[in-house]
Design a protein around this ligand. Structure first.
Ligand code: ZN
Length: 278
């Protein structure tokens, strides 16, 4: 059994690109820990109690079967054209010293004796500045803690483009001009595709646990609301696969079997990673 640590930028990021993988890993007996760089708040930490989005993350993590949630202590950097000054009590993640942030994560990886670290691809998915920073800090931490397998979550770039065309054709109220043609990863770079259709109910429930995002006024809220209302089989059809780039840089990663078997090495694993394609 493996110890799996998933490193994310903000509460709710753990669901869409890795939620099914985490639910499946937990269900198959692996220990799953979720680390978020930021609590999703642009301002200072609340004086009393937990930031609301961290509480939502704990609910989501419990539904996915994660054993532990850790906040690295940084503030959200926001995704607009303006990078706001740091709140008085902590830096925004994008301004964090990369070595210090990597050491904070590496300390958790050592405590957890992590075999697998999930992080983000080099583009930080669609390119939020905190997501790009997760990629950078994840790489450093994996090296510091010498994890066996570093898998960077992504999506096939051509699939994202097709989804955006669909959004346009259906005239859905989603602005996606920020998603560039070079976002995410080309299929040729993707090494792992995890089939998580069986875990669609957990993934969908975890998404619904992020109530402030689903019912808020954010740019993505209408899409999130539509996703949590889909019948579970349809949700599984849309979000039943998750993709990763193996960035371990050594052949050791081939020794991690089962759930994290790379494309190509898979022996008809039960509902496991299969050949290339969406
Ligand atoms: Zn995010």
């Amino acid at each position: 059994m493996a110890n799996v640590v998933a490193f994310h930028a903000h509460p709710d990021d753990e669901v869409l690109m890795t939620g099914g993988t985490l639910a499946r890993a937990a269900a198959e007996g692996h220990r799953v820990v979720i680390v978020v760089a930021t609590d999703g708040e642009m301002g200072p930490s609340p004086e009393h109690g937990e930031p609301p989005r961290l509480a939502e993350l704990r609910a989501s993590a419990a539904l996915l079967g994660a054993a532990r949630v850790v906040h690295l202590g940084y503030a959200d950097s926001g995704n607009g054209g303006v990078l706001h000054p740091d709140p008085p009590d902590r830096p925004r993640f994008v301004r964090a010293d990369p070595d210090e942030a990597a050491e904070r994560l590496a300390a958790i990886l050592r405590t957890e004796q992590a075999d697998v670290l999930l992080s983000y691809d080099a583009n930080g998915g669609y390119g939020h500045r905190d997501h790009v920073k997760v990629h950078e800090v994840g790489r450093r931490a994996a090296r510091l803690a010498d994890v066996t397998l570093l898998l960077e979550a992504t999506m096939p770039r051509d699939l994202v483009a097709a989804l955006m065309r669909l959004v346009d054709r259906l005239r859905l109220p989603l602005r996606h001009d920020a998603v560039s043609r070079t976002a995410y990863s080309p299929r040729s770079a993707i090494t792992h595709r995890v089939d998580v259709r069986r875990y669609a109910p957990q993934k969908q429930a975890a998404l619904a646990a992020h109530r402030s995002q689903v019912h808020g006024t954010g740019r993505l809220a209408p899409v999130l609301r539509a996703l949590v209302r889909l019948p579970a089989p349809l949700f599984g059809l849309v979000l039943g696969r998750e993709w990763f780039v193996d960035s371990t840089g050594t052949s050791r990663s081939e020794t991690v079997t089962g759930l994290f078997r790379p494309i190509g090495l898979s022996t008809a694993a039960r509902g496991g990673v299969q050949g290339r394609g969406a």
